[in-house]
Design a protein around this ligand. Structure first.
Ligand SMILES: [Zn+2]
Length: 279
């Protein structure tokens, strides 16, 4: 299980699955999975796509960033779903989560917002407030397509007052703040954690794979607004590099944390070996 320490804050990866996919399914122009990124590709040249949440212990508040696919999604495709075991390995239960941040409302990020119970859809994290930007909710209300989170993942939360609309730079706790990174979707946010002089960012889908750090101009096919997504990716990665922050990639396979270093005119990914702290 991956874990990082950022000042006085602990961050745990909650991994649901790692799915190999051909690059052409994710990226326009189907780039090769670069040989210098062996942790993030398989031998057939597939991209390894992690589906994961991050649990931030910003005491006394526990913030879960995204909720992965719905419970039924992987099982119905005969793929193992490790979410429950992975959450249990953090030492916390769904009841312990105080806040859920929805970076955006795609099904691989908001699918497990709710769970079916006695014929009803109820919050998976029963004591949590779910945060989303108003722009994201408006976009979700308008779109169709297979990336979109299903109505039962969002509407029961809205109906029962569990969904809170927040500004894209909202402070969740003293240490945890949203960062506007529109483009992949119009209301997309990333998450910044700062504590005792250490900084970490959780990307959301502003960047899907480490190969985009060396080549941030590469767009993911699901990016709703390609120029805006590209601008957000450039800006966030530059900010991570300038702040010497830890970057935790929402879809990066392990090691999913690392640093973004300047390399000539561009940037380069430096993975952080598991269990090293970010102090
Ligand atoms: Zn995604």
């Amino acid at each position: 299980m991956q874990h990082w320490t950022v000042g006085d804050v602990d961050i745990h990866a909650v991994l649901q699955a790692v799915i190999p996919i051909p690059p052409a399914r994710l990226f326009a122009g189907a780039p090769q999975c670069y040989a210098e990124l062996p942790d993030y590709c398989d031998r057939s040249g597939n991209i390894l796509m992690a589906i994961q949440s991050y649990l931030i212990e910003s005491r006394p508040v526990r913030v879960l960033v995204d909720t992965c696919f719905a419970e039924s999604f992987l099982r119905s495709r005969n793929m193992p779903d490790r979410f429950d075991d992975s959450l249990a390995a953090t030492g916390f239960t769904p009841e312990d989560v105080s806040v859920v941040v929805c970076t955006h409302l795609h099904r691989d990020h908001a699918g497990r917002n709710t769970v079916e119970h006695a014929g009803d859809w109820v919050p998976t994290f029963p004591h949590a407030e779910y945060l989303v930007t108003a722009a994201e909710y408006a976009h979700w209300s308008e779109i169709t397509g297979e990336d979109r989170a299903a109505p039962e993942c969002v509407e029961p939360l809205a109906r029962n007052g569990r969904l809170r609309f927040v500004a894209p730079d909202h402070h969740v706790t003293e240490s945890v703040q949203l960062v506007p990174t529109a483009g992949h979707t119009p209301g997309h946010v990333s998450v910044r954690v700062e504590s005792a002089g250490a900084v970490a960012y959780i990307s959301g889908d502003v960047v899907h794979h480490p190969l985009q750090i060396g080549a941030p101009e590469i767009s993911a096919l699901p990016d709703a607004d390609v120029p805006a997504a590209r601008a957000s990716r450039h800006a966030l990665l530059r900010r991570v590099a300038d702040e010497r922050a830890l970057l935790l990639g929402s879809h990066f396979a392990a090691p999913s944390g690392g640093y973004v270093n300047s390399a000539g005119a561009g940037l380069a990914w430096q993975p952080l070996v598991e269990r090293e702290g970010a102090r």
